[in-house]
Design a protein around this ligand. Structure first.
Ligand code: TMP
Length: 213
């Protein structure tokens, strides 16, 4: 059984990741492929508790950047071993809504933790499991914030991460652009301001040649 393909999606809140993941999953499933979706933080029982702590719990208000880094990577360490590696071994295509690049960018760039230390902790947490291809959906933070405002309205107040100031999201965008530049072999930078259909077609164009018949 050939190993499955590990695809991760990255980008700021409001960039359209979830829509693109849903469309890609539908397309792969209609082509007869086994697909698994993951999201971070979360995806395991431990990870969902960490997600609550990281995003919604009152206890999160006093969280230091160092604690935040360790909790995001703890959630990922569990997800990799409990879910992602077994799925890839079984030949499943894994579509991850965020993976280690989120930590590189959010904690290593936007939170200004030491990038070398973040990289070391990231490496330890994933234990060698890396995406085969990563799509970064790039969007102007002003447009992304507009999209988020529309999305947050029915669900209530934005979560702890979404409540960060504008400068934080400018740093996130710059971090993703640098990531794409420095990892050109793995990371594809896509303009997320184009239509949902065109973006989905661009993603398919990149992925289709990697699918074994
Ligand atoms: P999302 O469910 O909308 O993708 O939100 C997850 C939030 O957590 C988002 O603000 C990005 C943030 N995050 C980090 O800061 N570091 C990480 O390692 C991960 C996975 C997410």
């Amino acid at each position: 059984m050939p190993r499955g393909i590990f695809v991760s999606f990255e980008g700021s809140e409001g960039c359209g990741k979830s829509t693109q993941i849903r469309l890609l999953a539908e397309r792969l499933k209609s082509a007869g492929r086994e697909v698994l979706l993951t999201r971070e933080p979360g995806g395991t029982e431990i990870g969902e508790q960490l997600r609550h702590l990281l995003q919604f719990s009152k206890a999160g208000h006093t969280m230091t950047p160092e604690t935040e880094l360790l909790l995001f990577t703890a959630s990922r360490a569990q997800l990799v071993r409990e879910v992602i590696v077994p799925a890839l071994t079984a030949g499943t295509i894994v579509l991850a809504d965020r993976f280690l690049d989120s930590t590189t960018v959010y904690q290593g760039v936007a939170r200004k933790l030491d990038p070398a230390e973040v990289a070391a902790i990231n490496r330890f947490a994933v234990g060698g499991t890396l995406p085969d291809i990563t799509f970064v959906l790039d969007l102007d933070p002003t447009i992304a914030r507009e999209r988020m405002r529309h999305r947050a309205a029915p669900a209530g107040a934005p979560d702890r991460m979404e409540s960060q100031p504008a400068a934080f999201f400018d740093a996130v965008r710059a971090g993703y652009l640098a990531l794409a530049r420095d990892n050109a072999d793995r990371v594809r930078l896509l303009d997320a301001a184009i239509s949902v259909e065109n973006l989905s077609a661009r993603i398919w164009q990149e992925l289709a040649p990697r699918l074994t018949p």
